[in-house]
Design a protein around this ligand. Structure first.
Ligand SMILES: Cc1cc2nc3c(=O)[nH]c(=O)nc-3n(C[C@H](O)[C@H](O)[C@H](O)COP(=O)(O)OP(=O)(O)OC[C@H]3O[C@@H](n4cnc5c(N)ncnc54)[C@H](O)[C@@H]3O)c2cc1C
Length: 380
């Protein structure tokens, strides 16, 4: 089915992203996977190409483009290229909105130009060793010392954790406040007492630097409070829908791409004297996956359009997230099976997609938490 949500401008942007990936990412990606981290040069190249801060106002060096469909194009093309390690989607679509919607003018002047040029790489640190799905369990705490906070605690599984120059940290600022005692504090590279732990060894997305962060008596100036004091929970709830859409878009794009690769593979691979594609079981596998992808694509495109119009709610974003990422997981498994032993070899795209994609049903809120959100909206 022809997609109906994109215009010529979006398709022209798609070409720009493809050219960028071919020139600045794909040639280096294998090395980054070995290094466990991408090069800062790639971030700067993305900045020069205008791929960072698409939605940031032009006066701060951004694209000034509020149409989320450009972000969707970026997510789709990065997924097709298998380039999850360069976490531009996280920077643009997850962290960007916090900075553009919550920062004061002074903070915007300080942070946004570097955000758009690629000099300032960002991260958001919610998860702790003892608190993931349940953010009310956060223990990282900031004590008010007049003109600054003293921040203590630790975070884990933080994407861009090693490269990040600016980290939005969710911390308790009112100990007895529960969910409404949390604030967003911006911790910057070089602040005394801010240390990085290990670059964590993952089963996939090897070039994405996912790290532990430690805060020992970090002096965070009051000017680095982002948004409302004790307002983090509301700020997080407001922005999580877009985070989930980004992950869902990558999910359906990955499933579609795997299906394309596998369709080609079964046409070429022969067994019992004819191509696999001639066997009924194989044809049914492909037919089922193609149908599931087509149905999901229709729903996802509607969600992308609604989000671009500002009408997508958190419940539908949660539906998109769990459905598209669970589909991605099923398709990755079935496509790997259809590749036989070759599917288990890391040099095959399907093997990498299997391990890279496995996190999708976990981060940004697990499938179970998505169902909780949907269930609560229907049943109270
Ligand atoms: C590669 C990677 C990158 C990440 N990037 C970031 C990042 O940049 N920033 C950040 O802050 N975090 C990040 N995370 C953390 C991620 O968001 C959490 O791992 C995720 O939210 C789950 O939390 P948890 O690991 O503590 O699991 P838990 O919360 O301990 O959950 C364990 C299991 O219990 C289930 N469960 C929990 N509560 C319920 C419930 N109420 N009902 C039913 N089932 C439930 C979960 O669904 C899951 O299956 C990242 C994680 C990974 C692995």
């Amino acid at each position: 089915m022809k997609r109906q949500i994109f215009t010529e401008d979006h398709e022209a942007f798609r070409e720009t992203v493809r050219t960028f990936l071919a020139k600045e990412v794909t040639p280096y990606y294998e090395q980054w996977e070995k290094d466990g981290i991408v090069s800062r040069d790639a971030w700067r190249a993305a900045g020069r190409q205008g791929l960072l801060g698409l939605a940031v106002p032009a006066e701060y060096g951004g694209g000034g483009e509020s149409d989320f469909r450009f972000s969707a194009v970026l997510a789709e093309e990065f997924t097709r290229a298998g380039a999850a390690g360069l976490a531009i989607g996280l920077h643009n679509d997850i962290i960007g909105p916090y900075l553009t919607s919550l920062a004061t003018d002074e903070q915007k002047r300080r942070w946004l130009p570097g955000f758009c040029s690629g000099e300032t790489i960002t991260a958001i640190a919610m998860t702790e060793p003892g608190a993931g799905s349940d953010l009310q369990g956060i223990r990282t705490a900031a004590e008010d010392r007049g003109d600054h906070w003293i921040l203590n605690g630790s975070k884990t599984f933080i994407s861009n954790g090693i490269l990040a120059d600016l980290v939005i940290v969710v911390a308790k600022t009112t100990p007895e406040g529960g969910a409404h005692g949390l604030s967003l504090l911006v911790v910057e590279r070089g602040m005394e007492g801010f240390e990085r732990g290990r670059n964590l060894d993952k089963i996939g997305q090897k070039s994405q630097d996912t790290a532990e962060l430690f805060f020992h008596d970090v002096r965070v100036p009051k000017e680095n409070l982002l948004g409302e004091l004790n307002g983090a929970f509301v700020h997080l709830m407001t922005n999580l829908a877009q985070e989930r859409m980004g992950i869902a878009i990558a999910g359906i794009a990955a499933a579609e791409h795997l299906l394309e690769i596998t369709t080609q593979y079964v046409k070429e691979r022969e067994a019992f004297g004819r191509p696999l594609a001639k066997l009924q079981h194989i044809r049914f596998e492909i037919a089922e996956m193609a149908t599931e992808c087509a149905v999901t694509r229709t729903f996802l495109d509607r969600c992308i359009a609604d989000h671009s119009d500002g009408t997508l709610d958190a419940v539908h974003a949660s539906m998109a997230k769990w459905w598209a990422t669970e589909l991605q997981k099923r398709v990755a498994d079935r496509c790997l099976q259809l590749h036989g032993g070759y599917g288990y070899m890391t040099e095959y795209r399907v093997a990498k997609a299997f391990t890279d994609g496995r996190i999708q049903t976990i981060y940004g809120g697990t499938t179970e938490i998505m169902k909780e959100i949907i269930g609560r909206s229907l049943l109270g």
